[in-house]
Design a protein around this ligand. Sequence first.
Ligand code: FEO
Length: 165
Amino acid sequence: MKLNLSKKLEKALNEQVRMETESAYIYNGMRLFFKEKGLPGATSWMTHQAHEELKHAEDFIDMILDLDGHVVLGELKEPTTEYKSILDVFEAGLAHEKEISSSILELLDLALEEKNYAVENFLRTYVDEQVEEEDHFRGVIDMVKMAGDDPAALFKVDGILAKRD
Ligand code: FEO
């Protein structure tokens, strides 16, 4: 049974570490947008999301190290803090999560191709994680759309977002 990493798989997993870390950076940009707009609930929701992404990056790092691989921390792009609206932020977040999901599925294809069952098992938990992540963003998008331009309704949505644990 193959438990170590091929160079190809190691490189692809390191790219995922970079992407997860970059996700935290992107969500920090969104958090700053909300903070400046005076939306404490949305700020807190996005802060939580940024922390989650760092945990994901840590998980991938641990998995590479557990399989005797070498971790390389890649370069991060500067994230924007400019958005048109609350809806724009969450739609951008969902689009980003879809990219992450595609990347995880490509990694899973590679692990299967290489018959690396340890990595396959690990990645399957991340397929489930991505279903949840996309669902979280979709749920918020639905609420924000329902609130529309009504400040009272948006205030309520912000209160709901503050309750994320
Ligand atoms: Fe770690 Fe939100 O993907």
